[in-house]
Design a protein around this ligand. Structure first.
Ligand code: B12
Ligand code: SF4
Length: 627
């Protein structure tokens, strides 16, 4: 069957307007439209990204859901968000907003090529811009095949590990490019944080991709690659290009981005073994540039901003005299004040952070809450004490509650605190965050290489401790994925849900049971949930996920009390852990770290006299008194 005969379920938009009901699309009809060659012969370079990675409807969670839900569940999303496909357009049919990576690529290319020769559009509009003049179709993608962590696992539970909704739409986009009548005259270059998935699965030919670029568009090597493509020369299948090492090397787009994403930092510094972004240089980006990009978003109609980072708390403390894990309170409060006070910014959403800074500087969390809560679009009525029930939900890695596993895969995750204290840092950090209406989404890795039952039980102990203390986080367990190029690239963990042990299943299902607490307040929800979960298990899931899934699923659906299941020996009910207080955690710090703690947070050791140093912005705020 030729690509032009392929029928793919998805969206078909006419003249740049969405039809809004996700009907079946016939690539052949798209091809006919494509024969109406763009009047100007098409753009030299056309940029695109999957529809599902471009939408900024309904907040972050919709895209995260699409990364995890299998395509057969698309109807659920359609019912909940009937307008999710309604994207906006510029007058010429190009996209009003695109993912930040696409926008940075566009700005990077504009250093060399004329703006009039470049267009950024949605996949359904490619025929408006691709013509005989086109030499490159450049694709930016975040997660095209769904083989990354926290995405594959959920579709695989439901039986279709290779086709999350996002992946379906990414494949649809590749088919649209592949079947374009001018395909022979342009090269397809793919980049973005999900490019490695194409390299790993070797789907170049199936997807019609000539070259995958690993790295940033700012690199001069990226520019050279585009020049080569324009000259019609052969491209390498895979190319690694360098990441800028200075603040000045990072380019900020002057256009609107999906979700108003503006880069805040690159790299991290905590050196977790499984982490990809940590391999990038640790850079905090200049405030003036960030604010300029925020204003560009507002100018083009965006009301929401989100600063992209691996850890928001390092901003303002990178390469200063103070270690980056002691946040620079004044700098952070100053930055966020200016963001939320930018005229036109109505909403602000946090991206990623770590948890130790909440223990290091609880007053910083309080100050940021005062500033950011009023502009958070997220409401959690059963959790938040804010008058309008607003909440902040940064993404934070918990990964494991096991100290011995922590030592292997993320020894510096909790610095300045020792990884030995990781469970206490998590509980104390979450206590500070919840008190300030931060209810983070916390990721966990299940099936780490060499993970033992003891490791899983230790993680369950932390989860049960969170429950006992009435704390709340959205726990998002995912199955270990050896990400390309990371320090754990060659390691092997669990690869299919069938391989999960009863304890690993229990951890996954316990997390989801706890996540549903805030929605189970009506009398009927738990019943519907119970019946639905058991029904789905009987119908499909028991065959897919094997016998180890049975009791965890019954626990999840509350078919029987957990105590009873524990007594029957069917599940592990956790044991209380000793949680150190903040004061005890501080007492265990290396002595020279004390100078970086803020006295106003209290809990400093007896006999330790803190001295403020007025006028020194980035320097220590408390000094130890030497004996
Ligand atoms: C903001 C963000 C989100 C947002 C918004 C995404 C969006 N569509 O805009 C939300 C919350 C929705 C999201 C969701 C997910 N995300 Co996310 N996200 C990020 C974050 C924090 C920033 C991304 C960003 O815009 N960066 C700024 C831009 C400029 O960087 P960039 O996209 O990498 O682009 C640069 C290069 O890649 C390159 N480039 C980009 N495109 C192209 C194209 C070409 C042709 C070339 C040559 C170069 C090039 O040049 C750009 C700069 O010069 C990153 C972490 C990070 N710091 O990057 C994680 C990150 C990308 N996300 C990640 C993950 C895992 C996910 C989810 C799967 C999580 C989940 N389980 O739900 C989903 C997937 C969503 C989907 N649609 O499938 C992982 C990616 C792992 C991977 N792919 O292997 C990251 C790295 C986080 C992490 N710490 O691991 N995410
Ligand atoms: S804390 Fe997060 S971003 Fe930093 S190295 Fe670890 S996993 Fe990566």
């Amino acid at each position: 069957m030729s690509p032009s005969q392929v029928h793919i379920n998805g969206n078909n938009s006419e003249k740049g307007k969405s039809n809004g009901h996700g009907s079946s699309i016939n690539i052949e009809s798209q091809n006919r439209a494509a024969f109406e060659t763009p009047a100007d012969g098409g753009k030299l370079i056309v940029l695109t990204a999957p529809l599902t990675e471009t939408i900024d409807h309904a907040g972050y969670f919709i895209q995260m859901g699409m990364a995890s839900m299998p395509i057969w569940m698309e109807g659920v999303l359609n019912r909940k968000y009937p307008k999710w496909r309604d994207v906006e357009y510029n007058d010429d049919g190009s996209a009003k907003y695109m993912p930040a990576g696409t926008r940075v690529l566009e700005a990077s290319l504009q250093r060399e090529f004329n703006s009039d020769d470049i267009a950024a559009c949605l996949p359904d509009d490619l025929h408006k811009f691709v013509g005989p003049n086109t030499r490159v179709v450049a694709v930016s993608t975040h997660n095209p095949l769904g083989v990354t962590f926290a995405a594959g696992v959920y579709t695989s539970i439901f039986g279709s590990s290779k086709m999350p909704i996002n992946s379906h739409y990414a494949r649809l986009m590749f088919q649209q490019i592949k079947s374009n009548p001018y395909r022979d005259t342009f090269k397809v270059i793919v980049g973005g944080s999900g490019g490695w998935q194409i390299i790993q699965t070797d789907l170049y030919d199936e997807l019609g991709v000539d070259c995958v670029v690993e790295g940033r568009s700012e690199s001069l090597d990226t520019l050279e690659l585009f020049r080569k493509a324009i000259r019609g020369e052969d491209l390498p299948r895979e190319i690694e290009v360098k990441h800028p090492t200075t603040r000045e090397g990072i380019i900020f787009p002057d256009k609107r981005t999906t979700f108003g994403v503006v880069e805040m930092t690159t790299g991290c510094g905590r050196r977790c073994q499984f982490c990809l972004p940590d391999l990038n240089p640790q850079i905090d980006l200049p405030k003036e540039q960030i604010l300029k990009a925020v204003r560009a978003n507002v100018r083009e109609g965006n009301k929401q901003i989100s600063l992209a980072t691996e850890d928001m708390f390092i901003w303002g403390q990178v390469h200063t005299d103070t270690p980056f894990y002691f946040p620079n309170r004044e700098a952070l409060v100053g930055l966020y004040t200016d963001i939320v006070n930018t005229p036109g910014v109505e909403h602000h959403v946090l991206s990623h952070s770590t948890i130790a800074p909440a223990v290091v500087d609880p007053i910083l969390i309080k100050k940021l809450s005062d500033l950011l809560l009023p502009q958070s679009p997220i409401h959690l009525p059963y959790l938040s004490s804010h008058p309008q029930k607003k909440a902040l939900t940064p993404l934070i890695g918990l990964e494991t509650g096991s100290v011995s596993m922590g030592k292997k895969i993320m020894p510096s995750k909790g610095v300045p605190f020792s990884i030995e204290d990781w469970p206490s840092v998590v509980i104390q950090g979450l206590t500070v965050l919840n008190a300030n209406n931060w209810f983070p989404a916390m990721t966990l890795i299940v099936g780490n290489p060499e993970e033992t039952d003891e490791d899983v039980m230790a993680t369950l102990d932390v989860i049960y401790e969170v429950e006992r203390r009435g704390l709340f986080a959205f726990f998002i367990p995912s199955i270990f994925t050896p990400l390309h190029d990371t320090r754990m690239e060659m390691k092997k963990g669990v690869t299919e849900t069938m391989q999960l042990s009863p304890l690993q299943w229990q951890l996954i299902m316990k997390c989801w049971k706890m996540n549903l607490r805030p929605v189970q307040y009506s009398w009927w929800t738990p019943t519907v949930w119970r019946v639905g979960a058991i029904g789905l298990w009987m119908y499909k899931l028991r065959k897919l996920n094997g016998p180890n899934f049975k009791w965890p699923l019954l626990m999840f659906s509350s078919a029987m009390s957990e105590k009873m299941m524990g007594r029957l020996g069917k599940i592990y009910t956790g044991k209380p852990i000793t949680v150190k207080s903040r004061k005890e955690l501080i007492a265990g710090l290396k002595p020279h770290y004390l100078q970086y703690l803020r006295a106003d947070n209290g809990d400093l050791p007896e006999g330790y006299v803190a001295q403020a140093q007025p006028g020194v912005q980035r320097a220590p705020l408390a000094l130890p008194v030497l004996p």
